[in-house]
Design a protein around this ligand. Structure first.
Ligand SMILES: [Zn+2]
Length: 159
């Protein structure tokens, strides 16, 4: 049985809609556990409609959205600087909800048994019996590794 402490919960809010010029920012917000949809190609008004219908915060680099409600225009190119702006602006809790969402499809990831996935994960992970998580939608597998450890340190440096 998986212990309840291994279940990770996504952030209760806010939720975001990312314009197509800030998708890397959007994926990083998912990594922190914030429900984030990515807008593909389309007219600005379509994105405005989605923002208003869903109640999500719109994030964009496009100055056409300046001074609109429920919208934050981030002026810089670098996704990490953008993240710092968003974290500060919305006072995001960047510790409590990490790695609770699939980076590809924004769905919850849940603890799963290592033995059922033994052929698809590194041997060391099988030997120490996980922990291992899986996206409830696309079935992508997630585990702690050097990449996540690197992100941990970067996230900790955010504040
Ligand atoms: Zn997924």
């Amino acid at each position: 049985m998986d212990s309840p402490s291994r279940i990770r919960h996504p952030a209760p809010g806010p939720a975001f809609y990312c314009d197509n010029n800030v998708h890397r920012l959007g994926r990083t917000l998912r990594m922190l556990g914030y429900d984030t949809l990515l807008f593909g190609a389309g007219p600005d008004d379509e994105l405005r409609r989605l923002r208003d219908e869903t109640g999500r915060k719109l994030l964009s680099r496009d100055s056409d959205f300046l001074n609109e409600e429920n919208t934050l225009v981030v002026g810089c190119d670098d996704y990490w600087s953008q993240l710092e702006i968003v974290v500060k602006h919305y006072s995001l809790d960047i510790k409590s909800y990490r790695y609770s969402l699939c980076l590809d499809c924004n769905q919850a990831i849940i603890p799963v048994s290592v033995s059922k996935h033994a052929g698809k994960i590194p041997e060391w992970l099988v030997r120490c019996d996980g922990p291992l998580w899986q996206c409830s939608d696309c079935l992508k597998l997630y585990w702690a590794g050097s990449h996540l450890d690197h992100m941990e340190a970067r996230f900790d440096s955010l504040g």
